[in-house]
Design a protein around this ligand. Structure first.
Ligand code: C2E
Ligand code: MG
Ligand code: MG
Ligand code: MG
Length: 282
Protein backbone atom coordinates (compact mmCIF):
# COMPACT_ATOMS: atom_id res chain seq x y z
CA UNK A 1 0.00 0.00 0.00
CA UNK A 2 0.94 3.70 -0.04
CA UNK A 3 2.65 3.69 3.36
CA UNK A 4 4.81 0.73 2.43
CA UNK A 5 5.78 2.38 -0.85
CA UNK A 6 6.63 5.55 1.04
CA UNK A 7 8.83 3.56 3.44
CA UNK A 8 10.55 1.89 0.55
CA UNK A 9 11.23 5.20 -1.13
CA UNK A 10 12.74 6.64 2.05
CA UNK A 11 14.95 3.63 2.50
CA UNK A 12 16.32 3.89 -1.00
CA UNK A 13 19.52 5.87 -1.09
CA UNK A 14 19.57 8.22 -4.01
CA UNK A 15 22.85 10.11 -4.32
CA UNK A 16 21.38 12.47 -6.90
CA UNK A 17 18.63 13.60 -4.51
CA UNK A 18 21.10 14.04 -1.69
CA UNK A 19 23.40 16.05 -3.88
CA UNK A 20 20.48 18.18 -4.99
CA UNK A 21 19.41 18.83 -1.40
CA UNK A 22 22.95 19.70 -0.34
CA UNK A 23 23.32 21.97 -3.31
CA UNK A 24 20.13 23.82 -2.43
CA UNK A 25 21.21 24.19 1.20
CA UNK A 26 24.60 25.54 0.27
CA UNK A 27 23.00 27.93 -2.20
CA UNK A 28 20.71 29.31 0.47
CA UNK A 29 23.56 29.77 2.90
CA UNK A 30 25.27 31.91 0.34
CA UNK A 31 22.31 34.00 -0.73
CA UNK A 32 22.70 36.83 1.79
CA UNK A 33 26.42 37.04 1.16
CA UNK A 34 25.74 36.87 -2.55
CA UNK A 35 23.80 40.11 -2.39
CA UNK A 36 26.52 41.79 -0.32
CA UNK A 37 29.23 40.52 -2.63
CA UNK A 38 27.45 41.82 -5.68
CA UNK A 39 26.85 38.35 -7.17
CA UNK A 40 23.15 39.07 -7.71
CA UNK A 41 22.69 41.19 -10.79
CA UNK A 42 19.66 42.21 -12.80
CA UNK A 43 18.94 41.33 -16.41
CA UNK A 44 16.52 43.54 -18.34
CA UNK A 45 14.20 42.28 -21.04
CA UNK A 46 12.88 44.97 -23.38
CA UNK A 47 9.12 45.48 -23.57
CA UNK A 48 8.00 46.65 -27.00
CA UNK A 49 5.02 48.90 -27.70
CA UNK A 50 3.28 47.54 -30.79
CA UNK A 51 1.77 50.97 -31.51
CA UNK A 52 5.19 52.30 -32.56
CA UNK A 53 7.64 49.40 -32.22
CA UNK A 54 9.61 51.30 -29.58
CA UNK A 55 11.05 50.06 -26.31
CA UNK A 56 8.56 51.36 -23.77
CA UNK A 57 10.24 49.75 -20.78
CA UNK A 58 11.79 46.56 -19.47
CA UNK A 59 11.25 43.76 -17.00
CA UNK A 60 13.89 43.25 -14.32
CA UNK A 61 14.90 39.59 -13.89
CA UNK A 62 17.22 38.46 -11.11
CA UNK A 63 20.43 36.57 -11.96
CA UNK A 64 23.05 35.06 -9.71
CA UNK A 65 26.60 34.94 -10.91
CA UNK A 66 27.99 32.26 -8.62
CA UNK A 67 31.80 32.26 -8.39
CA UNK A 68 32.03 28.47 -8.88
CA UNK A 69 28.72 27.37 -10.39
CA UNK A 70 28.41 30.17 -12.93
CA UNK A 71 25.10 31.79 -13.88
CA UNK A 72 22.14 30.59 -11.81
CA UNK A 73 18.56 31.35 -12.91
CA UNK A 74 15.65 32.39 -10.67
CA UNK A 75 13.98 28.97 -10.93
CA UNK A 76 16.89 27.73 -8.79
CA UNK A 77 16.75 30.30 -6.01
CA UNK A 78 13.51 32.35 -5.85
CA UNK A 79 11.38 29.68 -4.20
CA UNK A 80 14.19 28.90 -1.75
CA UNK A 81 14.57 32.60 -0.98
CA UNK A 82 10.82 32.85 -0.36
CA UNK A 83 10.81 29.90 2.03
CA UNK A 84 13.81 31.07 4.00
CA UNK A 85 12.68 34.65 4.43
CA UNK A 86 15.36 36.07 2.16
CA UNK A 87 13.03 37.25 -0.56
CA UNK A 88 12.67 40.69 1.04
CA UNK A 89 16.41 41.37 0.78
CA UNK A 90 16.55 40.05 -2.73
CA UNK A 91 13.59 42.12 -3.87
CA UNK A 92 14.96 45.26 -2.24
CA UNK A 93 18.17 44.74 -4.19
CA UNK A 94 16.46 44.09 -7.54
CA UNK A 95 14.05 46.99 -7.01
CA UNK A 96 16.89 49.38 -6.21
CA UNK A 97 18.85 48.45 -9.35
CA UNK A 98 15.79 48.54 -11.57
CA UNK A 99 14.37 51.81 -10.29
CA UNK A 100 17.84 53.38 -10.50
CA UNK A 101 18.15 52.38 -14.15
CA UNK A 102 14.68 53.65 -15.02
CA UNK A 103 15.41 56.98 -13.30
CA UNK A 104 18.60 57.47 -15.34
CA UNK A 105 16.84 56.69 -18.61
CA UNK A 106 13.89 58.97 -17.84
CA UNK A 107 16.22 61.84 -17.01
CA UNK A 108 17.09 61.96 -20.71
CA UNK A 109 13.46 62.69 -21.53
CA UNK A 110 12.83 59.18 -22.86
CA UNK A 111 9.76 57.74 -21.12
CA UNK A 112 10.62 54.31 -19.82
CA UNK A 113 8.76 52.16 -17.29
CA UNK A 114 10.34 49.38 -15.27
CA UNK A 115 8.62 46.16 -14.21
CA UNK A 116 9.73 44.25 -11.11
CA UNK A 117 8.41 40.84 -10.05
CA UNK A 118 6.84 40.83 -6.62
CA UNK A 119 6.64 37.56 -4.74
CA UNK A 120 3.23 36.78 -3.26
CA UNK A 121 5.11 36.07 -0.03
CA UNK A 122 5.97 39.75 0.22
CA UNK A 123 2.51 41.07 -0.43
CA UNK A 124 1.23 40.81 3.11
CA UNK A 125 4.43 42.19 4.65
CA UNK A 126 3.93 45.51 6.44
CA UNK A 127 7.37 46.70 5.25
CA UNK A 128 6.51 46.44 1.58
CA UNK A 129 4.95 49.86 1.09
CA UNK A 130 7.82 51.62 2.83
CA UNK A 131 10.38 49.73 0.79
CA UNK A 132 8.72 50.76 -2.47
CA UNK A 133 8.22 54.37 -1.36
CA UNK A 134 11.81 54.74 -0.19
CA UNK A 135 13.25 53.23 -3.35
CA UNK A 136 11.22 55.55 -5.59
CA UNK A 137 12.23 58.55 -3.47
CA UNK A 138 15.92 57.57 -3.41
CA UNK A 139 16.06 57.64 -7.19
CA UNK A 140 13.37 60.30 -7.74
CA UNK A 141 11.38 58.05 -10.07
CA UNK A 142 7.69 58.92 -10.45
CA UNK A 143 5.57 56.07 -9.05
CA UNK A 144 3.69 55.72 -12.33
CA UNK A 145 6.85 54.47 -14.05
CA UNK A 146 7.14 51.48 -11.73
CA UNK A 147 5.15 48.37 -12.55
CA UNK A 148 4.92 45.60 -9.98
CA UNK A 149 4.16 42.18 -11.44
CA UNK A 150 2.13 39.86 -9.25
CA UNK A 151 1.07 36.32 -10.06
CA UNK A 152 -2.34 34.87 -9.56
CA UNK A 153 -1.12 31.43 -8.54
CA UNK A 154 -1.75 31.94 -4.86
CA UNK A 155 -5.05 32.67 -3.24
CA UNK A 156 -3.69 35.99 -2.07
CA UNK A 157 -6.54 38.01 -3.53
CA UNK A 158 -8.70 36.69 -0.76
CA UNK A 159 -6.18 37.59 1.91
CA UNK A 160 -7.20 40.99 3.10
CA UNK A 161 -3.72 42.19 4.08
CA UNK A 162 -2.29 41.40 0.63
CA UNK A 163 -5.24 42.98 -1.06
CA UNK A 164 -4.95 46.09 1.12
CA UNK A 165 -1.29 46.40 0.15
CA UNK A 166 -2.15 46.17 -3.53
CA UNK A 167 -4.69 48.94 -3.04
CA UNK A 168 -2.10 51.05 -1.22
CA UNK A 169 0.43 50.59 -4.00
CA UNK A 170 -2.18 51.47 -6.55
CA UNK A 171 -3.18 54.58 -4.56
CA UNK A 172 0.50 55.64 -4.54
CA UNK A 173 0.35 55.58 -8.33
CA UNK A 174 2.41 52.40 -8.79
CA UNK A 175 1.12 50.30 -11.68
CA UNK A 176 0.19 46.67 -11.15
CA UNK A 177 0.41 43.88 -13.68
CA UNK A 178 -0.98 40.37 -13.43
CA UNK A 179 1.87 38.06 -14.45
CA UNK A 180 1.55 34.60 -16.03
CA UNK A 181 -2.09 35.34 -16.74
CA UNK A 182 -4.12 32.26 -17.56
CA UNK A 183 -2.12 29.77 -15.51
CA UNK A 184 -3.53 30.60 -12.10
CA UNK A 185 -6.36 29.23 -10.11
CA UNK A 186 -8.80 32.11 -10.17
CA UNK A 187 -8.03 34.09 -13.27
CA UNK A 188 -11.33 35.83 -13.77
CA UNK A 189 -11.94 36.60 -10.13
CA UNK A 190 -8.47 38.04 -9.93
CA UNK A 191 -9.00 40.21 -12.96
CA UNK A 192 -12.10 41.61 -11.38
CA UNK A 193 -10.58 42.29 -7.96
CA UNK A 194 -7.01 43.42 -8.47
CA UNK A 195 -6.46 47.08 -9.42
CA UNK A 196 -4.08 46.07 -12.21
CA UNK A 197 -3.90 48.15 -15.37
CA UNK A 198 -2.19 45.38 -17.28
CA UNK A 199 -2.17 41.63 -17.71
CA UNK A 200 0.68 39.52 -19.05
CA UNK A 201 -0.52 36.50 -20.96
CA UNK A 202 1.61 33.52 -19.96
CA UNK A 203 4.07 32.26 -22.50
CA UNK A 204 2.49 28.80 -22.45
CA UNK A 205 -0.37 30.34 -24.48
CA UNK A 206 1.84 32.58 -26.62
CA UNK A 207 4.69 30.25 -27.55
CA UNK A 208 2.68 28.11 -30.00
CA UNK A 209 0.44 30.88 -31.33
CA UNK A 210 1.73 30.47 -34.85
CA UNK A 211 0.84 26.75 -34.87
CA UNK A 212 -2.14 26.30 -32.58
CA UNK A 213 -5.62 27.48 -33.48
CA UNK A 214 -6.77 26.79 -29.92
CA UNK A 215 -4.12 29.05 -28.45
CA UNK A 216 -4.96 31.76 -30.99
CA UNK A 217 -8.59 31.69 -29.90
CA UNK A 218 -7.69 31.86 -26.22
CA UNK A 219 -5.19 34.66 -26.61
CA UNK A 220 -7.45 36.68 -28.87
CA UNK A 221 -10.44 36.44 -26.57
CA UNK A 222 -8.27 37.22 -23.54
CA UNK A 223 -7.07 40.39 -25.26
CA UNK A 224 -10.64 41.37 -26.06
CA UNK A 225 -11.79 40.67 -22.50
CA UNK A 226 -8.93 42.68 -21.00
CA UNK A 227 -9.54 45.58 -23.37
CA UNK A 228 -13.22 45.69 -22.62
CA UNK A 229 -12.29 45.95 -18.93
CA UNK A 230 -9.91 48.80 -19.72
CA UNK A 231 -6.73 46.76 -19.20
CA UNK A 232 -3.62 46.71 -21.38
CA UNK A 233 -2.16 43.40 -22.52
CA UNK A 234 1.43 42.16 -22.70
CA UNK A 235 2.22 38.90 -24.46
CA UNK A 236 5.27 37.17 -22.97
CA UNK A 237 7.41 34.56 -24.70
CA UNK A 238 7.21 35.88 -28.26
CA UNK A 239 9.78 33.77 -30.03
CA UNK A 240 9.24 34.36 -33.75
CA UNK A 241 7.97 36.78 -36.38
CA UNK A 242 4.80 34.79 -37.12
CA UNK A 243 3.73 35.02 -33.47
CA UNK A 244 4.47 38.73 -33.42
CA UNK A 245 2.34 39.23 -36.56
CA UNK A 246 -0.55 37.31 -35.00
CA UNK A 247 -0.39 39.46 -31.86
CA UNK A 248 -0.45 42.62 -33.96
CA UNK A 249 -3.57 41.39 -35.74
CA UNK A 250 -5.13 40.72 -32.33
CA UNK A 251 -4.41 44.31 -31.18
CA UNK A 252 -2.11 43.19 -28.38
CA UNK A 253 -0.54 46.28 -26.76
CA UNK A 254 2.96 45.14 -25.80
CA UNK A 255 5.26 42.18 -26.38
CA UNK A 256 8.25 40.61 -24.69
CA UNK A 257 10.21 37.62 -25.91
CA UNK A 258 13.40 36.27 -27.35
CA UNK A 259 12.31 37.49 -30.79
CA UNK A 260 12.19 41.15 -29.73
CA UNK A 261 14.93 41.01 -27.10
CA UNK A 262 16.40 38.59 -24.59
CA UNK A 263 17.03 39.55 -20.98
CA UNK A 264 20.36 41.43 -21.01
CA UNK A 265 22.68 43.46 -18.78
CA UNK A 266 21.74 47.12 -18.29
CA UNK A 267 24.46 48.54 -20.61
CA UNK A 268 23.21 46.36 -23.50
CA UNK A 269 19.65 47.55 -22.96
CA UNK A 270 20.74 51.19 -22.82
CA UNK A 271 22.53 50.63 -26.12
CA UNK A 272 19.23 49.84 -27.81
CA UNK A 273 17.70 53.20 -26.88
CA UNK A 274 17.81 56.34 -29.05
CA UNK A 275 21.15 58.13 -28.91
CA UNK A 276 20.25 60.96 -26.50
CA UNK A 277 18.75 58.51 -24.00
CA UNK A 278 21.83 56.34 -24.39
CA UNK A 279 24.18 59.16 -23.48
CA UNK A 280 22.27 60.29 -20.38
CA UNK A 281 21.63 56.80 -19.03
CA UNK A 282 25.10 55.33 -19.50
P1 C2E B 1 8.34 35.80 -15.28
O1 C2E B 1 8.19 37.02 -14.45
O2 C2E B 1 7.11 35.27 -15.94
O3 C2E B 1 9.47 36.18 -16.33
C1 C2E B 1 9.50 35.69 -17.65
C2 C2E B 1 10.49 34.56 -17.82
O4 C2E B 1 10.43 34.11 -19.18
C3 C2E B 1 11.94 34.95 -17.58
O5 C2E B 1 12.61 33.80 -17.05
C4 C2E B 1 12.44 35.23 -19.01
O6 C2E B 1 13.84 35.11 -19.15
C5 C2E B 1 11.70 34.18 -19.77
N1 C2E B 1 11.49 34.54 -21.19
C6 C2E B 1 11.38 35.77 -21.74
N2 C2E B 1 11.15 35.71 -23.06
C7 C2E B 1 11.10 34.38 -23.38
C8 C2E B 1 10.88 33.66 -24.61
O7 C2E B 1 10.69 34.23 -25.68
N3 C2E B 1 10.90 32.31 -24.53
C9 C2E B 1 11.11 31.65 -23.35
N4 C2E B 1 11.12 30.31 -23.37
N5 C2E B 1 11.32 32.29 -22.18
C10 C2E B 1 11.31 33.65 -22.19
P2 C2E B 1 13.62 33.92 -15.83
O8 C2E B 1 14.43 35.17 -15.93
O9 C2E B 1 14.32 32.62 -15.70
O10 C2E B 1 12.63 34.11 -14.60
C11 C2E B 1 11.73 33.11 -14.22
C12 C2E B 1 10.77 33.59 -13.18
O11 C2E B 1 11.45 33.88 -11.95
C13 C2E B 1 10.05 34.88 -13.55
O12 C2E B 1 8.98 34.60 -14.41
C14 C2E B 1 9.63 35.38 -12.18
O13 C2E B 1 8.44 34.78 -11.78
C15 C2E B 1 10.76 34.90 -11.29
N6 C2E B 1 11.68 36.03 -11.00
C16 C2E B 1 12.70 36.53 -11.73
N7 C2E B 1 13.29 37.56 -11.11
C17 C2E B 1 12.61 37.74 -9.95
C18 C2E B 1 12.72 38.67 -8.85
O14 C2E B 1 13.56 39.59 -8.81
N8 C2E B 1 11.82 38.52 -7.82
C19 C2E B 1 10.84 37.55 -7.82
N9 C2E B 1 10.01 37.47 -6.79
N10 C2E B 1 10.73 36.68 -8.83
C20 C2E B 1 11.59 36.76 -9.89
MG1 MG C 1 7.30 38.75 -14.63
MG1 MG D 1 5.47 36.04 -16.67
MG1 MG E 1 6.54 33.11 -15.66
Amino acid sequence: DEAAKEGLRCATFDPATLEDAQWKLSLLGRLDQAIERGEIWVAYQPKIDLANDRIIGAEALARWKHPEKGEIFPSQFIVAAERSGRIENLTAHVLDSAVGLAARINRSGYTFSIAVNLSARLLDKPGLIGMVEQTLARHALPAGLLILEVTETTAMASQSESFANLERLSAMGVQLSIDDYGTGLSTLEYLKKIPAGEIKIDRSFVGMLDKSQGDRIMVHSTIQLAHSLGRKVVAEGVENAATLAELRRMQCDFVQGYHTGRPMPAPALINQLPVNARETAA
